[in-house]
Design a protein around this ligand. Structure first.
Ligand SMILES: *Cc1c(COP(=O)(O)O)cnc(C)c1O
Length: 405
């Protein structure tokens, strides 16, 4: 250790869109000796975990757990539904939408990607045309991302469901909710979504390492039509195990499961509706501050329409010179780590450097958001980055509002 004065000493705050802040309750629960994976407490705990996960996804249908990150989930979902050469269509408006398509393509699935510019609304008119032309229903599924973490846009699955219903097309509806599950409203069953994927390291407040696939009975039936499914990704034994080891296709992720139990307890003790409301109010405080900053400088929110902004992540645009300075200053001087931008252009392009992101998913409170905003204001002052006045006051007004509930 060197003897230097730094205001970064103290508890750090990782405000990036995943991995997210892990609650002390979860860390403590994970600090657990490895336990018997054949019988006893761990084995008895898993069915209840699955029920409580389904409550978060708002589904009463099926769930499978994988030991993987988000990229693994992309593959898990597709491996059960389509063989090489079979067809899907994808809506994409960001890096994660495009990433899921890349995975599908590498698996040999023939994907028609309907691409919109980053953060722009989906092109439902084009989707409608593609589905109408598919008169013999060769398209097995529509893949799309709920919150695309790159631009922080939130997409409208109810409109997408309504379109499929209107066309009477039987394609499954698949949703990547990795950034949004446990942060913002998503009603799998009520919205007629056939598959939802979610990872442990975002709204579920765990370290990376667990992946969840929730699937409808209709999706289960499509899986049963497959000539073969790769054994590790096959969701069927995981969702309906005869023996405990089948839940995980091998050794159970012991410590992650104790952590997951604790995280689900936190979510359900607060109440899922309250969790969603908290994320929304905190997001509104961030938007209010960003709008005030933008009155006197270059900073702006990437998604202009508030109704289409995520409550879990916020992408901001500054200049290619100032955004990296701001991030580095926050980390070195305040112990506050902001997310880098994530763009469609090659790494190193100016566009990457002009963007940065706040992660505000999961275990995030009012004082953390005020600290985040105060930290960014401090960094802009220290770095001489021009910005409008009154941002902290504007955020405070949002959080200070009396709540009816
Ligand atoms: C984080 C994220 C992923 C990828 O997750 P990894 O764990 O990094 O593989 C996929 N989709 C969305 C929407 C995400 O936010």
């Amino acid at each position: 250790m060197t003897d230097v004065l730094s205001l970064a000493a103290g508890r750090p705050y990782l405000a990036i869109p995943g991995p997210s802040v892990v609650p002390d309750e979860v860390l403590r629960a994970m600090h657990h000796a490895s336990s018997n994976i054949y019988e006893g407490a761990l084995v008895e705990m898993v069915p209840g975990i699955i029920d409580d996960l389904k409550r978060v996804a708002r589904t009463s249908q099926n769930a499978a757990i994988y030991i993987c990150n988000g990229h693994g989930l992309w593959e898990a979902a597709l491996a059960n539904l389509a063989a090489p050469g079979e067809q899907m269509v994808a809506l994409s408006n960001g890096r994660f939408g495009a990433g899921w398509v890349e995975t599908a393509t590498k698996m040999g699935i023939s994907v028609d990607e309907i691409e919109s510019p980053m953060g722009a609304p989906w092109d439902l008119a084009r989707l409608s045309e593609v589905l109408r032309n598919d008169t013999d229903h060769q398209i097995k599924a529509v893949m799309a991302v709920h919150v695309d973490t790159s631009s922080s846009v939130r997409n409208d699955f109810t409109a997408l469901r309504a379109l499929l219903d209107e066309l009477g097309h039987p394609a499954l509806l698949l949703a990547d909710c990795i950034a949004s599950l446990g942060c913002e409203r998503f009603e799998m069953d009520a919205w007629g979504v056939d598959l939802v994927i979610a990872a442990s390291q975002k709204g579920l407040m765990l370290p990376p390492g667990l992946g969840f696939v929730f699937f409808s009975d209709k999706a289960a039936a499509m899986r049963d039509q497959m000539a073969q499914v790769s054994p590790y990704w096959d969701w069927k034994p995981r969702a309906n195990p005869d023996l405990f080891y089948q839940y995980f296709c091998g050794t159970a992720p012991v410590q992650h499961l104790y952590g997951l139990r604790a995280a689900l307890d936190l979510i359900h003790a607060e109440g899922l509706e309250n969790v969603w409301r908290r994320h929304e109010i905190l997001a509104r405080a961030i938007w209010a501050a960003a709008e005030a900053w933008g009155q006197g400088g270059d900073l702006r929110l990437e998604v202009k329409d508030a109704a289409r902004r995520s409550h879990a992540v916020t992408s901001l645009v500054l200049t290619p010179k100032d955004a990296p300075r701001l991030r580095v200053w926050c980390e070195e001087n305040l112990g506050l780590t902001l997310g880098i931008g994530l763009r469609e252009v090659p790494w190193g392009h100016e566009d990457w450097h002009s963007h940065f992101r706040f992660g505000h998913m999961g275990h995030v409170s009012g004082h953390m958001i005020m600290g985040l905003l105060g930290g960014v204001e401090t960094a802009m002052t220290a770095c001489g980055i021009e910005h409008g006045a009154g941002a902290i006051e504007a955020a405070a007004r949002v959080l200070a509002q009396p709540r009816r509930d």
